[in-house]
Design a protein around this ligand. Structure first.
Ligand code: C2E
Ligand code: CA
Ligand code: CA
Length: 646
C-alpha cells in the first residue's frame, strides 16, 4: 500500500494513454463513415470502373474496418492500466496506415479516366475522408499524418499525371488542402494535449493533497489521521467478530540525544530506518504509523479471541519488535545503537475510541520508560489511576502558579559552632482540597510535564527576593533546589541572570543544589553552565549525595563547595552499619578534596554526635530547625529571632 501511494504521486505526467483512449472512443464513428463513403463511392463509380475492382476494393476497405472494430471492442474491455500499453497506440498507427493506403488506392484503381465531373466527385470524397480523420485522429498526430499522406499523395500524383490544365489545378488544390488539413490537425493536437495535461495535473495535485493529509512525509508511514480512521474500523470489526487486537505505542529511548549530538538530519535518517525495519516485520493486515517525533504506533488486528491468548501474542510480537533494535542502524558513517520502550493495550475492551487506545498505550509506554527504558509494558487500569492523579496535580499546580497558593519555606543549616550559615529554600503548596502537598510529590509531576520551568523560576525568584530582605546577615546563603529538567533548559542561565537583575540579589548569596544525575546527563553542557554561573558568583552544592553515580573524580572540575549527604543514609547511621560506613567514607573523601559536607536529616542527638565524631561539621535537620515560612524564621524585619540550641 505504501509503495502504491508513492508511485501514484511520483508518476510522471503522461497523457499518452488518454489520447489513445480518445481515438479508440471515436472508432465506431470512423468505421461507420468508411462504410457509408465506400458504398456511395462504389455506387457512383459503378458504371465507370470495372465492377470486380470496385467490389474487391470495397471488401478490403471494410474488412480493415472490421478488424479495427474488433480491436476497439477488445480495447474497451481492458483496465486503464492495460489500455496504457504501447501496443494499442501501435495498432492505431498500423490501421491508420492501412486505411490510408486503401483510400489512396482509390486514386489508382477507381479513377474515372476522362470523366472530369466524376474525378471532382472522387476528390471531394477523399477530401471529406481527410477532414473526418482530422476530427478523429488528431490526438495521435503521427497516425493522422500517415493516413492523410497515404490517402492524398496518389490523388495528387494522378492529377499531375493526367496533364490537363484543370487536373494540374486540381493537383495544386489537393496539395494546398493537404497542407491546411495537417496544420489544422497540429493545432487541434496541441489544444488537446494542453487540455489533458491540465486535467492530469489537477488529478495529481488532488492525489498529493490526499497523500499529505494521510501520510507522514518523512517516513512515508500513515500519520495520526489515517491511523485514527483505521483504528475506528478495526475496533468495529473486532467487536463484530469477537476477537482482540492490540495497539503498541513505541517510543525510542534517548532519541533526543542522537538528535542533539549528531544533528537533525541524522535523527531524521534514523527515524526512516526504524520505520522501514518495523514495516518489514509486519503482516499485511497490520499497520505502523508515525505519530510524530520518535513515536510510532503499531496496530495489530486479530491476535486472539481470549484475553490471555491475545496478551501472549502481543507480548511475543513486541519482543520481536524489540529484537529489531539489536542490530545497530547505519546512518552516514555512524553505527547507531538505540533501544525502544513499548506500551501495549488490547482492544476492544468495553467501549473504546481510537483516542482512548492511543492514550492508554501511551500510559503503558511511560511505565516502560519509568521501569528503566528498553522495556515492554501492558496497560492495566491501575496505571490509569496514577495518570489521573498526575493530571490532577498538573492542573492544580498550574492554578497554584497563577493564584499564589505556592509558598516558600526556609530550613536553617548550621555549622559546628551553632551558627546558621545558610538556609535551604523548600517549596510548599497549599492545595485547596488535599491540604499541604509535599514537593516530593509535585516536583516529579512538574518535571514530567515541563511545568518545572515555571515552578522553578518562581522558586528562584521568591528565594532571591526574600534574601534581599536579610540585610543584617550578609554571610547567609540561600540554597535553592534546581531539578534536572530545569537546569538542562537552554535558557536557564539567562533566566537566572534576569532574576538576579530583577531582584537585585547578590549572586554570591545564592547556592544552587543540583544532583549528580543532573550533571551526568549532559556532562559538558552542565559544566559549562555551572562555570558561567559561578563567574557571576553563584556556588553549587551536590544534593542527595551518595544516591547517584558517586564518581568523585568529576567534582574537581566543578565549582562545587558543598556536598549534601542524603538523609536516607543519615537517618539510619545509628542503626545501620552499612549506612554508617557510607557516611564515614563520604566525609573522609570530601575532607580530602577540601569540599564542605552537610548532613541532611539530623533528627536526633545521637545522629548529631555520631556525625561530629566522624568530622562532619555542618548539619541540617528537624533536631536543629524545621522548614518554616520566612517571617517565622526571621521575623518581619528579616532578623533572626530564633537560634535553635544545639
Ligand atoms: P531535598 O532537596 O532532599 O530537601 C530536603 C528534604 O528533607 C525536605 O523535604 C526537608 O523538609 C526534609 N528534611 C529536612 N530535615 C529533615 C529531617 O530531619 N528528617 C526528615 N525526614 N526530613 C528532613 P521537602 O521540603 O518535602 O522537599 C522534598 C524535595 O522536594 C526536596 O528534597 C527537593 O528535592 C524538592 N524541592 C523542594 N523545593 C524545591 C524547589 O524549589 N525546586 C526544586 N526543583 N525542588 C524542590
Ligand atoms: Ca535540597
Ligand atoms: Ca536531599
Amino acid at each position: 500500500m505504501l509503495q502504491d501511494n508513492r508511485e501514484r504521486t511520483a508518476e510522471s505526467l503522461n497523457i499518452e494513454p488518454d489520447l489513445v483512449r480518445l481515438v479508440y472512443s471515436s472508432l465506431p464513428l470512423t468505421v461507420m463513415a468508411i462504410l457509408l463513403n465506400s458504398l456511395v463511392l462504389g455506387i457512383v463509380m459503378w458504371n465507370y470502373i470495372d465492377r470486380e475492382t470496385i467490389v474487391i476494393w470495397f471488401l478490403v476497405a471494410n474488412s480493415i474496418s472490421s478488424a479495427r472494430l474488433a480491436f476497439y471492442l477488445k480495447f474497451k474491455s481492458l483496465t486503464p492500466e492495460q489500455q496504457a500499453a504501447p501496443v494499442w497506440r501501435e495498432i492505431i498507427f498500423a490501421s491508420s496506415a492501412a486505411s490510408g493506403a486503401v483510400w489512396g488506392a482509390v486514386s489508382i484503381w477507381l479513377f474515372p479516366h476522362g470523366e472530369i465531373a466524376h474525378q471532382a466527385f472522387l476528390a471531394f470524397i477523399l477530401a471529406g475522408m481527410c477532414a473526418g480523420a482530422v476530427s478523429t485522429l488528431s490526438p495521435l498526430l503521427s497516425s493522422l499524418v500517415v493516413f492523410v499522406l497515404f490517402l492524398i499523395l496518389p490523388l495528387i500524383g494522378r492529377f499531375l499525371y493526367v496533364g490537363s490544365i484543370i487536373s494540374y489545378e486540381m493537383g495544386v488544390m489537393a496539395m494546398l488542402f493537404t497542407i491546411m488539413v495537417l496544420s489544422n490537425a497540429r493545432r487541434l493536437n496541441e489544444t488537446l494535449r494542453e487540455m489533458f495535461l491540465g486535467r492530469l495535473k489537477q488529478q495529481k495535485a488532488k492525489l498529493i493533497i490526499q497523500y499529505q493529509a494521510n501520510y507522514d512525509p518523512l517516513t512515508d508511514l500513515p500519520n495520526r489521521r489515517m491511523l485514527s480512521d483505521r483504528l475506528k474500523q478495526e475496533i468495529a470489526r473486532a467487536s463484530r467478530h469477537n476477537y482482540l487486537g492490540a495497539v503498541l505505542f513505541l517510543d525510542l529511548d534517548y532519541f533526543k540525544n542522537t538528535n542533539d549530538s549528531l544533528g537533525h538530519s541524522v535523527g531524521d535518517d534514523l527515524l526512516v530506518l526504524v520505520a522501514q525495519r518495523i514495516q518489514r516485520r509486519l503482516r499485511d493486515e497490520d499497520l505502523v504509523a508515525r505519530l510524530g517525533g520518535d513515536e510510532f504506533i503499531i496496530l495489530l488486528s486479530e491476535i486472539g479471541e481470549e484475553f490471555s491468548e491475545a496478551t501472549e501474542n502481543a507480548q511475543i510480537f513486541a519482543d520481536e519488535i524489540m529484537e529489531l533494535f539489536n542490530e545497530p542502524f547505519d546512518v552516514d558513517e555512524h553505527k547507531l545503537h538505540i533501544t525502544a520502550s513499548i506500551g501495549i493495550v488490547l482492544f476492544p475492551i468495553g467501549k473504546v475510541t481510537p483516542e482512548d487506545l492511543l492514550q492508554k498505550s501511551d500510559v503503558a509506554m511511560y511505565e516502560a520508560k519509568d521501569a528503566g527504558r528498553n522495556k515492554i509494558r501492558l496497560f492495566v487500569p491501575e496505571m490509569q489511576k496514577a495518570v489521573n492523579y498526575q493530571r490532577q496535580i498538573e492542573k492544580g499546580l498550574r492554578q497554584a502558579l497563577s493564584d499564589g497558593s505556592l509558598d516558600m519555606y526556609y530550613q536553617p543549616l548550621f555549622d559546628a559552632d551553632n551558627n546558621m550559615f545558610a538556609v535551604e529554600a523548600l517549596l510548599r503548596w497549599e492545595h485547596p482540597e488535599k491540604g499541604v502537598i509535599s514537593p516530593a510529590d509535585f516536583i516529579e509531576v512538574a518535571e514530567r510535564t515541563g511545568l518545572i520551568i515555571q515552578v522553578g523560576e518562581w522558586a528562584i525568584k521568591t528565594a532571591c527576593s526574600d534574601m534581599v530582605q536579610l540585610s543584617e546577615f550578609r554571610e547567609l546563603k540561600v540554597c535553592i533546589n534546581v531539578s534536572p529538567r530545569q537546569f538542562e533548559e537552554p535558557e536557564f542561565v539567562n533566566r537566572v541572570n534576569g532574576i538576579f537583575e530583577e531582584t537585585d540579589v547578590d549572586p554570591a548569596k545564592v547556592r544552587f543544589e543540583i544532583t549528580e544525575s543532573t550533571i551526568m546527563n549532559h556532562v559538558e553542557e552542565a559544566i559549562s553552565k555551572m562555570k558561567e554561573l559561578s563567574e557571576m558568583g553563584v556556588t553549587f552544592a551536590i544534593d542527595d549525595f551518595g544516591t547517584g553515580y558517586s564518581s568523585l573524580s568529576y567534582l574537581k572540575r566543578l565549582p562545587v563547595d558543598l556536598l549534601k549527604i542524603d538523609k536516607s543514609f543519615v537517618l539510619d547511621i545509628a542503626t545501620d552499619p552499612n549506612d554508617a560506613i557510607i557516611v564515614e567514607t563520604i566525609i573522609a573523601m570530601a575532607k580530602h578534596m577540601q569540599i564542605d559536607v552537610v548532613a541532611e536529616g539530623v533528627e536526633t542527638e545521637e545522629i548529631l554526635e555520631f556525625l561530629k565524631a566522624q568530622g562532619c561539621s555542618k548539619f541540617q535537620g528537624y533536631l536543629l530547625g524545621y522548614p518554616e515560612p520566612f517571617e517565622e524564621l526571621f521575623g518581619r524585619q528579616g532578623r533572626l529571632h530564633i537560634l535553635k540550641p544545639v
